[in-house]
Design a protein around this ligand. Sequence first.
Ligand SMILES: [Zn+2]
Length: 288
Amino acid sequence: MNFVPAVQPPGSQDSCGYWFVFQGDRLLVRPEDRDIRLPLCERLQSLGVVPLRTQYLGTLGGQGCYSAELPTEAPPPHGMRFEQLRGLWGSLPEPLFWIAGRAFQIMDWDRNHQFCGRCGSPTENRQEERAKVCPRCGQIAYPRISPAVIVATTRGQSILLARARRFPHAMYSVIAGFVEAGESLEQCVRREVQEEVGISVTNLRYFGSQSWPFPNSLMVAFTAEHAGGEIRIDPAEIVDARWFTAGDLPRIPDKISIARRLIDWFLAGRQPDYPQSPEQEGGDDVGR
Ligand SMILES: [Zn+2]
C-alpha cells in the first residue's frame, strides 16, 4: 500500500480514514482476535471521544490518515485501549506501524508549538507546508527531527558491541549517539566511538537510515573499521564493550531497529547462509 504524505486534507472529509489517536505517547488501538486494528471512521466523535487537536497526514492506499491528541484523562472507547507504540511492532501491520511513528511526531510537534518560542504569541498553521508561523514576529517552527548516528565497527572477523546503561538486561548493540550542533555525521561517528569505547575508526561507509519516532530521531547508520586503540569504556554511558565474532554473539536488538540490520549485515558477511534482514526503514517502504 502506498502512503502519500500531505498537509491539507481533501476539500470535504466524507469517507472513512485511519485514525492515529494518541494519549500522551500511547496509541489508541482495537484488539481483534490476534490482530491489532486502528480506528477506521469518518469522525472521531462517532467513537465517543473528543480530541484536543487533529492533524491530516496524507493517504494510505487512497484512504485518508489522521492523527489526533486526546486529553490525558479521557477513557478509551468501548473495546479499545491505549498501547505504547513501540510494543505494537509485530502486531500492527508494518506500514501502519511506521505511519503511526510519523503521526506521533506530528501530533507531538503540534502540541509543543502552540505558542511561539521567541515571543510567546499563539502560532498559526501554514497552509502550504508542515510548519507553524508566528503572526507577530514571523518565527517559523517545523517538526523537530533529532539526527543520531549509529555505527557497526568491525576488526577482521569481529564486531564491536557495547552494553549501554539504558539497555534492557544483557543486551549488547552497536554504538549510537546524537549529532551535536555544528558537527558532520562523520565527525559524530568518530567522536561517539572515541568517547564511548576509546577507539578510533576509519573507512566510514553510509549504510542506511531509519526514522525512529521515540520520540523524534532520525538514525543514520554507518559501517566502519577499527583504526587504532584498545577498548576503554566511558562508565557513565557504557557497562561493557567487547569484540564479538559471529559465533559468540550476546543478546542483540530486535528486528525493528537499524541496529539489528547492521549486526545482520555483519553476520551475513561472515556466514554465507545467514538470512539478510529485509529493507525496513521507517517509512521508506511505504511509498515515499
Ligand atoms: Zn513570535
